[in-house]
Design a protein around this ligand. Structure first.
Ligand SMILES: NC(=O)c1ccc[n+]([C@@H]2O[C@H](COP(=O)([O-])OP(=O)(O)OC[C@H]3O[C@@H](n4cnc5c(N)ncnc54)[C@H](OP(=O)(O)O)[C@@H]3O)[C@@H](O)[C@H]2O)c1
Length: 250
């Protein structure tokens, strides 16, 4: 398959592109940092892999990469919308600039890529969009309020798209994750024994995403307990959720 992955330069996205290339897929990854700083030495010269610097916050940067994909004749079968930022709120005030940046990256950046590939996918009658969402799309994160708002928006976008393009042959899959050991979130730093039981590794998470490409279904949960919490305890009031997850806060 041909697979486009945003946020390929760190954490889950990096593990994902390493696995996908290893499995023989043709992969195009993007991130803001240079390829030399993305930890992708193992695959950077592989003919099945291409990496481009791209700031998905900025439409000019996205359009530049889109043109390069067009020039290279790369039309993906799968688009993985993985790039995101989770900026800690500066207590006790609210920072509108920081919030806008998070929404532009986590929501607008994903929307852009869906909007660019929807037409060719519809013409072909096939194609998968995969959004990496979070348990924070269901409950708020009082320490990073716009992060959870951005993930709720992303999840709602995908639910809307499923209805809009029903019976079109397109898939809009949501991967709902619990805490994963990546640099996005300093609260899960190594050595914290309290969190080690519930925090997944980036490699295991990427393996789960890879498997979901081949599966039918719309909503996926990882690790397993996140599925139980989101499906069966969705009614939990915000305050109870906050108390239960308090040990894992920054
Ligand atoms: N880690 C968790 O606990 C957790 C839990 C639930 C959901 N998630 C979701 O999992 C996904 C991957 O996050 P991660 O945990 O792997 O974090 P990460 O290690 O910080 O990776 C985030 C990736 O997004 C890229 N990125 C950020 N802003 C970008 C921009 N403006 N343009 C292009 N790329 C950008 C980063 O690359 P550059 O810095 O090079 O731009 C990086 O490759 C995110 O959607 C996150 O919300 C994570």
């Amino acid at each position: 398959m041909r697979i486009f992955v945003t946020g390929a330069s760190s954490g889950i996205g990096r593990s994902l592109v390493l696995q996908l290339v290893d499995e023989g897929h043709q992969v195009w990854g993007v991130g803001r940092r240079k390829c030399s700083l993305a930890g992708l030495e193992k695959i950077k010269d592989n003919p099945n892999f291409r990496y481009e610097e791209c700031d998905i916050e900025k439409n000019e940067s996205n359009a530049d990469v889109l043109q390069k994909m067009h020039d290279a004749g790369f039309m993906p079968d799968v688009v993985v919308l993985n790039a995101a930022i989770d900026l800690e709120d500066k207590m006790p005030v609210l920072d509108a600039t920081q919030s806008a940046k998070m929404m532009r990256t986590n929501y607008d950046g994903a929307f852009f890529w869906v909007s660019q590939f929807i037409e060719p996918f519809l013409k072909r009658g096939a194609g998968q969009f995969i959004a990496i969402s979070s348990i924070f799309s269901r409950w708020p994160d009082a320490r990073s309020v716009s992060y959870s708002a951005s993930k709720a928006a992303l999840s709602m976008l995908f639910r809307g798209l499923r209805g809009r393009y029903r019976d079109s042959g397109l898939d809009f899959k949501l991967i709902n994750l619990g805490p994963v050991d990546t640099p996005i979130n300093p609260r899960f730093e190594e050595g914290d024994k309290q969190v080690s039981l519930v925090v997944a590794s980036a490699t295991d998470t990427a393996q789960f995403i890879t498997r979901s490409l081949q599966k039918n279904g719309s909503d996926f949960y990882f690790p397993f307990y996140i599925g139980c919490v989101m499906r069966f305890l969705g009614w939990l009031p915000d305050r109870i959720f906050e108390l239960l997850t308090a040990p894992f806060k920054r």
